[in-house]
Design a protein around this ligand. Sequence first.
Ligand SMILES: [Zn+2]
Length: 95
Amino acid sequence: MEVREFQNMMRRIYFRRDSARGAAGTFNWLRDEVEELEAAIDAEDKKALEDEFADVLAWLASLANVVGIDLEGATMKKYDGKCPKCGRTPCNCTT
Ligand SMILES: [Zn+2]
C-alpha cells in the first residue's frame, strides 16, 4: 500500500469524525499518540512500538485529510530522493 492509498483509506474510514473534530482536536490526538510512541521506545516494547507507529501514522494521515494536504505529494516534493538540506544521498549534513 502506498502513502496516498493509506491516506485515502483513512479518509474513507474516519473523515466524517475527523472533520467534525477539526484540525486542533485531531492534532491533540496525534500528539497523544506520539507521546505513547515515546513511552513504547522507553519501554523497549516491540508490540507497543508496532501499535504506536501505526497510530501515529494513522493520526498523521487523519490530520492531513482535515487540513487538505496530500501526504505523498508533500513528502515526495520535499524528500525527492535526497536530503532537502544538503542535496546528498546519503545525507552529509553535520547535525
Ligand atoms: Zn543532509
